[in-house]
Design a protein around this ligand. Structure first.
Ligand code: C5P
Length: 230
């Protein structure tokens, strides 16, 4: 069984302030993206890694990959305007072509454990599509643009989804092609499979598998890492 992982890292999100996209901020001694690559590089189950980056960061990322000596990064591709374009560009590569399962994992989720990655691979291999979820803790309401409550949504039916998301490559490529043709934009890969009517299985995710988005997230991430290193 061959497994590849696509890591979209093409965002320029500057919600942290400063000029460095969040995936290049330092975390536990390495840029976040390098921590994430390192995680997959060290797993036996992973054969190849494809990273999509913004044009402005292509050369620097290439140098970092060499500096850390990663052997499984087979392709570095240029990302697109949306995350969806960045993933799509990475799907048209030989590494994905040769895989039985392809994972898609956010560059900014360096705390996912090998245990969850293995679970996603296992379920994706069997069902064609598998994604991790956690349950929301807070009550969730729909509100108007003027900040008035419309209604409370039944929380028992809702989940928050994470990455890695795992797929059979043919199904994933097909979903991306059809979404592109229809100008349909999803916020995760699984949404595009829903769009073509394919059933997606869910597996329990991890509270610690946070998506580093704000400065508070990086503080949490550092706390989690410190505890793990104790
Ligand atoms: O911006 P957001 O937090 O949703 O980004 C999730 C992941 O998608 C990040 O790793 C980011 O670098 C990546 N991304 C991308 N191409 C874009 C936008 C985001 O690869 N155009």
């Amino acid at each position: 069984m061959k497994c590849s992982v696509v890591i979209p890292a093409g965002g320029l999100g500057k919600r942290f302030g400063g000029n460095i996209p969040k995936q290049y901020l330092e975390f536990a001694g390495k840029p976040i993206l390098m921590q994430t690559i390192n995680l997959f590089e060290s797993m036996e189950e992973i054969d190849s890694i494809i990273v999509s980056v913004h044009t402005e960061w292509y050369t620097r990322t290439n140098e970092m990959i060499k500096q850390y000596g990663f052997k499984k990064v087979k392709e570095l591709v240029i990302g697109g305007v949306e995350r969806q374009d960045s993933v799509n560009n990475a799907l048209h590569t030989q590494s994905v072509e040769e895989s039985d399962v392809v994972l898609v994992h956010d560059a900014v989720r360096p705390l996912v454990t090998p245990k969850l990655i293995r679970k996603v691979i296992e379920v994706a291999e069997e069902f064609g599509a598998a994604i991790p979820y956690i349950r929301p803790k807070d009550t969730i309401k729909e509100i108007t643009a003027r900040e008035i409550v419309v209604k409370t949504i039944d929380r028992s039916k809702l989940v928050m989804v994470q990455t890695p998301q795992g797929f059979w490559p043919d199904i994933l490529k097909n979903a991306y092609e059809k979404a592109k043709a229809a100008n349909y934009i999803g916020t995760d890969s699984a949404q595009l499979l829903e769009f073509i009517g394919y059933k997606v299985a869910v597996v329990p995710g991890e509270d610690e598998n946070i998506k580093i988005t704000t400065p508070l997230d990086i503080r949490f991430a550092n706390m989690i890492m410190e505890e793990r290193l104790k």
